[in-house]
Design a binder for this molecule. Structure first.
Ligand code: PRP
Ligand code: URA
Length: 209
């Protein structure tokens, strides 16, 4: 059974179209990436565990669902994944935050790990890995490999735009994780950039080019 959800939602698609435009500058780009993170969070957090607790309302008693268990960990893939974190935290403020730093080599397109810092008890948490772009899938596969080595069992990868090649690679390498995709694009160009895509997400979020 496929564990991939393509959100394909009008609000998200509209915002992705704004991101794609080369007219969109750093300030708006950053804001929209965060907004998409928040909209996607609704789906990503859909299966958080709850337990019923007794409370009193102004008109009576009720047994109502409240979130329970260890807080999830949001672990963005640096740099670009950072842009989605505040959107996720807007709806789940008590989530823990870790970081995995990966840089894709410009020639080989393979990821190089340069930084890792994870919250305590990571193996007992749902881990959410945000990264705006799933291109060849190399970075996502590496990040999930690493998180699995820490003993994590419930892992969710989320991206704004995926190339079909990268999505297939991630699904084949890790059929046991949940994948959330804003929209699926046509494919990759000769430099392994997503077409039509939005360019280099990290550079556009941070204004580095
Ligand atoms: C980008 C993007 C992903 C990766 C996707 O990051 O944010 O992490 O490329 O490509 P892949 O699916 O082919 O691995 P990049 O390595 O450019 O680093 P940055 O976020 O620091 O810009
Ligand atoms: N990384 C990006 O930021 N954009 C792409 O299109 C591919 C990899």
């Amino acid at each position: 059974m496929s564990r991939t959800t393509i959100l394909d939602h009008p609000l998200i698609n509209h915002k992705i179209s704004l991101l794609r435009s080369e007219q969109t500058g750093t300030r708006d780009f950053r804001l929209i990436v965060e907004e998409i993170g928040m909209l996607m969070a609704y789906e990503v957090f859909r299966d958080l565990p709850t337990e019923n607790v007794s409370i009193k309302t102004p008109v009576g008693e009720a047994n109502v669902p409240m979130l329970c268990g260890r807080k999830p960990a949001v672990v963005p893939i640096l740099r670009a994944g950072l842009g989605m974190v505040n959107g996720l935290l807007a709806v789940m403020p008590s989530a823990k935050v870790g970081h995995i730093g990966l840089a894709r080599d410009e020639v080989t397109h393979k990821p190089r790990e340069y930084y890792v810092n994870l919250p305590q008890h990571i193996d007992e948490r749902t881990v959410i890995l945000p990264d705006p772009m799933l291109a060849t899938g190399g970075s996502a596969v590496h990040a999930v490999d690493f998180i699995k080595k820490q003993g994590c069992k419930k892992i969710k990868f989320m991206c704004i735009i995926a190339a079909p090649e990268g999505l297939r690679t991630l699904e084949n390498a890790h059929p046991d994780i949940d994948i959330y995709v804003g929209t699926l694009d046509e494919g990759l160009n000769e430099n392994a950039y997503i077409v039509p895509g939005l360019g280099d997400a990290g550079d556009r979020i941070f204004g580095t080019k």
